[in-house]
Design a protein around this ligand. Sequence first.
Ligand code: 45D
Length: 322
Amino acid sequence: MALTIQSAQNIFSNTQVPSQIPATIALFDQLSVDDQLAYLWFAYTEMGKTITPAAPGAARLQLAESLLNQIKQMSAEEQTRVMRDIASRADSPISRSYGFFSVNTKLAFWFELGELMKQGVVAPIPTGYQMSPGVQLVLEATKKLDPGQQITVLRNTVVNMGFDTSDLGPSSYPKAVEEPAFTRTAPPVSSVKIDGITEPAVLGYIEAMNADNFDQAISLFTPDGALQPPFQKPIVGHQAIAKYMREEAQGLNMMPQKGICENLPDGSKQLKITGVVQTPWFGVTVGMNIAWRFLINPEGKIFFVAIDMLASPEELLNLRRV
Ligand code: 45D
């Protein structure tokens, strides 16, 4: 039987547990735009007492510089309007420019605005703003998440902001040809060991990703292979996966711990591996509990890999057979 992405998506489906991350984002989405901005400010400053992101390097900030300079020059009211436009995905010039940013440029943009807010150069929340019960509710829901889940909520809200530029074609807005590299927080692990796993494609994948060697990682996939990031649709084919990895998978520390491997009748294999991933934004201070679900074809190539955020640390041990 030929492998299909649809059937691959369902491997180990019995170990999937609903995540609090989309549930929290759904609550956030129901807030008014001023409430959303206020929530992010409170959540970010509260979180900042224990963990803070690393400052984005100059090269990354440069990609957002022209927007930031425009905002710095505005009155407090104009600054508030711009933030409302971006948060509500309005069709305005600045919200369009933001919409063309890569994920990491979006994060760098808000990081810098957050700094400017702390310095009093940019207005944090609209003057006269009163916290609504809805904001309180989403903040309470956020407090119950572990740090890895909290930063995922923040990241996803920032990613969803800005005018949706997907139908506009390539941007006329200046964009770096290549994403600037993140400085690694730990030296790459050269020999990967995963309890219960000997599959060369999987070990090779982790090793290549931990060295940001995306060409090497891609070469382990079938030409029609797919990678499905957390809460997203599968990204199909070498070129699309390579673009995604350059934009979003740089500088990650992947620390798989244990896994199971099952042989299927057609000679392919399905594997589930659990472990911890660190993002260069937070380095070793935040670990995200995740699972990789691999489908390896009979020739030993990766046909499919899904990355799932685990609902709780207990899920790290949930390696039941199907
Ligand atoms: O609106 O094997 C203010 C893949 C107030 C690749 C603010 C992966 C106003 C394959 C505070 C200023 C990548 C899928 C906003 C593996 C306002 C693979 C600012 C997984 C917005 C394993 C807010 C990788 C700010 C994973 C500055 C799971 C927020 C990676 C900053 C996960 C938030 C990475 C930051 C995550 C969040 C990174 C910096 C979750 C970063 C999160």
